[in-house]
Design a protein around this ligand. Structure first.
Ligand code: PRT
Ligand code: ZN
Length: 292
């Protein structure tokens, strides 16, 4: 059977989270410093460790079947080529969240979009920036830089920048302020548009199902408590359960039952206090590792 090729960032912000999600989905790899491809021992897949910028191209060319990558890079590739993108997003992963924003030096007052007219904007995302201003009919000069975008205004290379922002502290420490957001991004799982063999497509479905199970587990809590029998209905109304809770007799305590429920959200202190107020005791809230 042809193995799946999965690309992730070799070393960077997304690496640990990607490896963690794959590990929790049951994919453990044999790593070796000298090898760029790491075979998986527990699933017919191989891991390609590469620069994140290369992942959109690897997907489009079919060098890898799946890639974990920021939407910022997929969108840049899509606009750059103007052809069929060569990949599709099959899962949103909820980490690596950031936004691609315009920013100007702090001393620029009232930064409306028109302010950018005929200005020089430094960015590592030239296609996204060009397309954004073209759609709005504002002429700008886009300067492509591959890193340290934030220092370009103080070096006199550009009037403004467009870069990824998460906390905003890099902008702040370089005397810049964010104005418009062009794109919101997170890490996604993308699939190559180059057709997979049926067996590989089954592997992809299996992997996506497992990843969804891991994501659901992160949001799910298992709640257990003892409660007076006559309060079961009230307690079921309080609990945000995924399915009907299990209610079990307690040995030697005829007026009490044990209630167990999987809840599709975190259980806040307020909910626990409500449960206590209607007579629940020994209320336990546990994390869940996997859901299927
Ligand atoms: O070597 P390689 O090319 O693989 O790595 P890289 O240095 O290009 O990428 P890396 O690891 O920095 O980022 C990988 C991906 O993480 C990006 O493509 C985004 O999808 C996502 N991501 C999330 C971010 C950020 N948040 C982020 N804050 N990528 C970069 N930044 C940078 C930003 O460019 C700026 O320099 O962090 C700085 C701003 O951060 P704040 O917190 O100060 O606002
Ligand atoms: Zn990169």
């Amino acid at each position: 059977m042809k193995r799946l090729r999965i690309a992730i960032q070799k070393s960077g912000r997304l690496t640990d989270k990607c490896l963690d999600i794959l590990d929790r989905a049951g994919l453990q790899f044999q790593f070796s410093k000298s090898r760029l491809i790491s075979p998986c021992e527990t699933f017919p897949a191989d891991l390609l460790l590469v620069r994140d910028d290369d992942i959109p191209e690897y997907l489009a060319s079919g060098t890898c079947d799946l890639g974990f990558v920021g939407e910022n890079l997929l969108e840049e590739r899509r606009l750059e080529r103007q052809d069929t993108p060569g990949f599709e997003v099959i899962s949103r992963l909820g980490f690596g969240k950031c936004r691609l924003s315009l920013a100007t030096p702090n001393d620029v007052k009232d930064v409306s979009l028109d302010w950018y007219g005929n200005k020089k904007i430094a960015t590592s995302y030239p296609a996204i920036v060009t397309n954004y201003f073209k759609e709005r009919d504002i002429p700008v000069s886009v300067i492509e830089v591959s890193g340290s975008v934030e220092i370009t205004p103080s070096l006199g290379i550009a009037d403004a920048i467009c870069d990824l922002v998460s906390t905003g502290s890099t902008l702040k420490s370089n005397g810049l302020k964010e104005s418009q957001v062009l794109l919101r991004s997170e890490c996604v799982l993308a699939q190559s548009a180059i057709g997979l063999q049926p067996e590989q497509a089954d592997l992809v479905s299996k992997l996506v199902g497992r990843i969804e199970g891991v994501q659901l587990a992160d949001k799910t809590r298992y709640v257990m408590m003892n409660a007076p029998k006559d309060q079961v209905e009230v307690i079921c109304d309080i609990l945000p359960s995924m399915e009907a809770p299990s209610v079990m007799e307690l040995k030697g305590q005829p007026g009490k039952v044990a209630i167990h429920a999987a809840c599709a959200q975190d259980i806040f202190w307020e909910t626990m206090e409500k449960l206590k107020a209607v007579g629940a005791t020994s209320v336990l809230v546990l994390p869940i590792e996997k859901v299927i």
